[in-house]
Design a binder for this molecule. Structure first.
Ligand code: GDP
Ligand code: ZN
Length: 446
């Protein structure tokens, strides 16, 4: 590794706290530790030390721990200094460490070094950031599983199967003039089929992992006065959205983050989609459309008195967005709360006002947010889903090439691209821009 300068940062959160941690990583760590302690520290031993400034005045008394390379978080020599959790003292300690030859670390630089030194792959490094930023218990658990390599192992299993298939296909291409048509071998088609099935399962779990990490994005749409704002309020149990009986009052998109038993929901109440000549409302409609394109799930809110779903609205929804029709205001017709399929769409009957049937909706939202469907969920990012979708496209092309014309070269080319896309997840293929974007979004000291 070319970048061997020694980096330092305050690794604990800013503000007063019981203890605070300065973390140092790099080749100069042994010398810095020796200078701070007055002697060489024992590996992985908590030494009580008096941290002195350049002039010999006491900064703080605390613990000094040395993790010699390569058995450390970054794979380099790492030093951890634990002092009192005061921003002033920690700044002085950091200054002292820099005077002894370290420089300030960039955000995520410790984890970036861990990645570059092979301690973590890229998906695991991302899981570190997701673990720190987790907003729910389920999200934190899932991030920990990804950090443990659960997601990476799944990607590697797929990669192994793909490489085995490539070997077969490329071997078949190498004997074009033979009597036997190797590409017609049903084993190759079967292997490719199995690979596509394996990928589809991983893609579904990865999408769930994104929902656990990012939260489920839910857009609430419907005609004015259907009860969109009331539903948002009922779910958020607050009065965040303004509820009035005058049509068209919710002019902007209102957002609310709701935690349902450890699942995170990002709710957005839109102004509804309808033709209007009012300038402000038109902007509202434009924003509502943009919101829909980003959603994982759209709640189509209708009123029990005229429970119709706008067919234009359904046409407008991107195909990847799941839909759930909410038949609201059942209290007006004393109908029981229930869940049923109608015209191929799931419908839920409830009342945002009385709260009847809301439990059905909450349960549904929790399931869709990635909770409830068992153990072993791992965290993931949208970038991983995008990469897997590219893998899927390439495998589809490869299958078509083999089936239609036994075009071995085309299939092999697609398999190569697929392998490349998979490698982007774990970082075996990655650009500097991608690494910069990923590690730049970390906090300092991690
Ligand atoms: P939006 O325009 O779709 O956001 O609708 P609002 O949430 O602002 O509600 C419009 C009107 O319907 C308000 O007067 C609400 O109090 C009323 N409303 C909303 N939900 C219910 C419900 O479940 N039952 C009854 N009876 N009225 C409701
Ligand atoms: Zn509203």
């Amino acid at each position: 590794m070319a970048d061997t300068d020694t980096i330092a940062a305050i690794a604990s959160a800013p503000g007063a706290a019981g203890i605070g941690v300065v973390r140092v990583s790099g080749a100069r760590v042994p010398a810095i530790a020796q200078a701070l302690l007055g002697r060489a520290p024992q590996p992985r031993h908590a030494h009580l030390a008096s941290f002195l400034d350049d002039g010999g005045a006491l900064i703080d008394r605390g613990l000094l721990l040395h993790f010699p390379a390569p058995h450390s978080y970054t794979g380099e020599h790492v030093l951890e200094l634990q002092g009192h959790g005061s921003t002033v003292l920690l700044d002085l300690l950091l200054k002292r460490v820099c005077a002894l030859g370290a420089r300030l670390a960039r955000p995520g630089e410790f984890t970036e070094r861990a990645f570059l030194n092979g301690k973590l792959d890229l998906a695991q490094a991302e899981a570190v950031a997701d673990l720190i930023a987790a907003r729910s218990e389920a999200g934190a658990r899932a991030a920990l599983r990804s950090l443990d390599g659960v997601f990476s192992q799944r990607v590697h299993a797929l990669l192994d199967a793909m490489i085995a298939l490539r070997v077969h296909v490329e071997a078949a291409i190498d004997f074009p003039e033979e009597e036997i048509d190797f590409l017609a071998d049903p084993a190759i088609a079967h292997e490719l089929d199995a690979l596509r099935t394996q990928l589809a399962a991983l893609l579904a779990e990865t999408r769930r992992g994104v929902r656990l990490t990012d939260g489920l994005k839910v857009a609430i749409v419907g005609r004015p006065n259907a009860g969109k704002s009331s539903l948002l309020n009922a779910l958020a149990q607050s009065e965040r959205a303004i509820v009035t009986a005058i049509a068209g009052t919710t002019r902007d998109v209102l957002r609310e983050t709701v935690s349902l038993d450890g699942a995170v929901l990002e709710l957005a109440d839109t102004a509804g989609l309808r033709e209007t000549h009012d300038e402000v409302e038109r902007e509202g409609v434009r924003r509502a459309r943009a919101e829909l394109a980003r959603a994982d799930l759209v709640l189509l809110v209708t009123d029990v008195a005229h429970a119709d779903v706008d067919p234009d609205l359904l046409d407008e929804l991107p195909t990847h967005v799941a839909r759930l029709v909410i038949v609201n205001k059942i209290d007006l017709e004393t109908q029981p709360p229930r869940a049923e399929m109608h015209a191929g769409l799931p419908h839920l009957w409830l009342s945002a006002r009385t709260g009847e049937g809301l439990d059905l909706l909450r349960a549904e939202l929790k399931t869709r947010a990635g909770l409830g469907s068992g153990e072993g969920a791992f965290s993931a990012r949208r970038r991983h889903v995008a990469a897997l979708e590219r893998v899927q496209t390439h495998l589809d092309h490869a299958a078509a090439a083999l089936a239609a014309t036994r075009a071995g070269e085309l299939a092999a080319e697609d398999l190569r691209h697929a392998q490349h896309a998979l490698g982007e997840i774990t970082g075996s293929y990655s650009s500097d821009d991608l690494l910069g974007a990923i590690f730049g979004s970390f906090c300092i000291g991690k």
